[in-house]
Each structure stands twice: as structure tokens, then as C-alpha cells.
Ligand binder design. Structure first.
Ligand SMILES: C=C1C[C@]23C[C@@]1(O)CC[C@H]2[C@@]12CC[C@H](O)[C@@](C)(C(=O)O1)[C@H]2[C@@H]3C(=O)O
Ligand SMILES: O=C(O)CCC(=O)C(=O)O
Ligand SMILES: [Fe+2]
Length: 319
């Protein structure tokens, strides 16, 4: 079992930026949250509560199936059921999960081959949930573009709306950890940044999510099942030339209750060129070399969770 290293903490952080999506004046706070934390909590969203509960109950049903049934849906290569092993390079965590593409046609085929017709309801709910959450992510990205005074307000959101968008949906289940001891922090999902543009996370009321602050301290995020948590991903950090921070986060299996999370990772089409937007460079140097999302993804999937994936794409400053 992997133990966490570094400075740990168990008290909840009260300073998570709170964005009220019903308030048009929240754009300034949104930009500040992306600069200061790369992370914020969204309230007053319009995602129907029933849709969230339906998905949660379908996910609970799936994860409570016998292991032999769940394994029929694996390995997660690239989509399907996985347990303990995360990615292909030796990372492990106290977690089981279902990874899916957000392309509804491929999802249809995946669900049909994995679960047969019995899972038709699950598939429909996943598709409805993903499309609702994508709409919210696009709204947030457009508010950010407005506040950054970018002429094309859809410069980020169009990448998620594109039919070829390479986005992912993930359901994570962290079972109660029998080896849990107050003095030890056992790892549920190791520290990492998300490679995509933006991630939209919702969990049940079980704690575990932590983010790393600029000073390297880890803070625990109080769970809130009615709200959404948003992460800036590596690609948005690059497009804003480092102005927005891709947040380092992890999940600690520190509870006697199980944690269930659902995350939409909004990514661009594979062929999309990712580079700092000219209007955001403003006479400064571009901090990153241009790359396609395909190139970044290929390199990211060869890395370990905690690796600094963007390092390879940083421009070396001239001395
Ligand atoms: C160890 C890994 C798992 C991951 C692919 C990677 O090689 C590095 C990035 C990891 C991550 C983190 C965010 C998402 O959960 C994820 C699906 C993604 O796109 O990048 C995972 C990858 C995974 O679990 O396969
Ligand atoms: O399960 C969670 O709460 C977060 C997991 C996560 O960061 C991820 O899947 O990339
Ligand atoms: Fe993540």
C-alpha cells in the first residue's frame, strides 16, 4: 500500500474560491481563482439534481457488482474498468474506476460490448450527464475568455464542442480502506495535474480530495455533493501562457465511508495545435513550444502520475 509523502493535513481549507454561476459579476473572481489556485467551486449551476442522483445510483450499482462481472468491462485500455492500477506505468491507488470516451457513438458500442442491453439506462444517463456538464464547462470557459478580453469568446469552448473533441469521462470509486489509520495517509489517487483543458468534478459527501497550494502545502477540500469543482488542466495553462495554473491534486483514502466521484475532462481534438494565445503573450515570451494535443497525450500517457508533464514542452529561457 502506498503512503503519501510530504506535508499532509487533515483539516479542511476554508478558502476555496466560490463562484456563483448565476452572478454575471463572477467573471473577475473566476479569472482570479484560475490564477491563484487553478481550482474553484461552482454553485448555482443548472445541472438537474435528478440527473446527478440517477448517475450516482447507476455508478453505485455498477461498482457493487461482483469483481468478475466488473472485470469483463476491463482493462481500461484506453476505456473500460480498472482497479488499483492507474495508467500503464506502475501507478497504483486505493480506487476502482470506469473510464469512458464522451463520444456517444463509441460509448454506445463500448457499453453494448461491455454490459449488453442491461446497461442501456446507464449509457443514456452518462450521455445526458456529460452533455449537461460540457455545456457548463463551455459557459465557464466563455466567461473566462470574456474577462481575459479575448476577441473570440469561444476560443476555448469551441474545442470541447468540436465533434472530434478528445474528452473523457471517469467514474472513480474509493472503497472504505481497511488499513486506514489516522496516523497514515493512504493514497486513493496519487498527485497529478490533469492534461486536458478543464475538468469538472462532482463527488458524494465523502472527503479525500486535496489540492497543492503554490507553497507546496496540501489542503483538504470539504466535500459538497450539491456543487461542482473545476480544475484548470495543463492545456489551459499553456493557452494562457502560464497565467492560469494547472492544479496539482490527489485523493487520500482517509475515510471509513466510500467516495464516489464523477469527472468530465474536456479536451481538444487530437489534431488541435496547443500554444499560448497571441493576445495573452502581450510582448512577453511564449513559455511553451507549440504541440498538438495528440503529441501531448502520447507523451503524457508514457509518464507517471506525479511527473511534470509540461516540463518537456517548456521553452528554455535564454540566459
Ligand atoms: C499515469 C497516468 C494515468 C493517466 C495517464 C497517465 O500516464 C498520466 C495522466 C493520467 C490522467 C490524469 C487525469 C485523468 O484521470 C486521466 C484519464 C488523464 O487523461 O490523464 C488519467 C490517465 C489514466 O488514468 O489513464
Ligand atoms: O476522484 C477524484 O475525486 C479525483 C480523481 C482525479 O483527479 C482524476 O481522476 O483525475
Ligand atoms: Fe485529476
Amino acid at each position: 500500500m502506498v503512503l503519501l509523502s510530504g506535508k499532509n493535513c487533515t483539516t479542511f481549507f476554508p478558502g476555496v474560491p466560490l463562484i456563483d454561476l448565476s452572478n454575471p459579476d463572477s467573471k473577475t473572481q473566476l479569472v482570479k481563482a484560475c490564477e491563484d489556485f487553478g481550482f474553484f467551486k461552482v454553485i448555482n449551476h443548472v445541472i438537474p439534481t435528478e440527473l446527478i442522483s440517477e448517475l450516482e445510483s447507476e455508478a453505485e450499482k455498477f461498482f457493487s457488482l461482483p469483481i468478475s462481472d466488473k472485470e469483463k468491462a476491463g482493462p481500461p485500455d484506453p476505456f473500460g474498468y480498472g482497479s488499483k492500477n492507474i495508467g500503464r506505468n506502475g501507478d497504483v491507488g486505493w480506487v476502482e474506476y470506469l473510464l469512458l470516451t464522451t463520444n456517444s457513438e463509441s460509448n454506445y458500442q463500448k457499453f453494448a460490448s461491455l454490459f449488453g442491453e442491461a446497461a442501456e439506462n446507464f449509457r443514456c444517463i452518462v450521455n445526458d450527464y456529460v452533455s449537461a456538464v460540457r455545456t457548463m464547462a463551455c459557459e465557464i470557459l466563455e466567461m473566462l475568455a470574456d474577462e481575459l478580453k479575448i476577441q473570440q469568446r469561444n476560443c476555448f469552448s469551441k474545442l470541447l464542442k468540436d465533434e472530434q473533441s478528445d474528452s473523457v469521462f471517469r467514474l472513480n470509486h474509493y472503497p472504505p480502506c481497511p488499513e486506514f489509520q489516522e496516523s497514515k495517509n493512504l493514497i486513493g489517487f496519487g498527485e497529478h495535474t490533469d492534461p486536458q483543458i478543464i475538468s469538472v468534478l462532482r463527488s458524494n459527501n465523502t472527503s479525500g480530495l486535496q489540492i497543492s497550494l503554490k507553497d507546496g502545502n496540501w489542503i483538504s477540500i470539504p466535500p459538497d455533493q450539491k456543487s461542482f469543482f473545476i480544475n484548470v488542466g495543463d492545456s489551459l495553462q499553456v493557452m494562457t501562457n502560464g497565467r492560469f495554473k494547472s492544479v496539482k491534486h490527489r485523493v487520500v483514502a482517509n475515510s471509513s465511508k466510500s467516495r464516489l466521484s464523477m469527472i468530465y475532462f474536456g479536451g481538444p481534438p487530437l489534431s488541435e495545435k496547443i500554444a499560448p494565445l497571441p493576445s495573452l503573450i502581450k510582448g512577453e515570451d511564449s513559455l511553451y513550444k507549440e504541440f498538438t494535443w495528440f503529441e501531448y497525450k502520447k507523451s503524457a500517457f508514457k509518464s507517471r502520475l506525479a511527473d511534470n508533464r509540461l516540463g518537456l514542452f517548456e521553452k528554455i529561457a535564454a540566459s
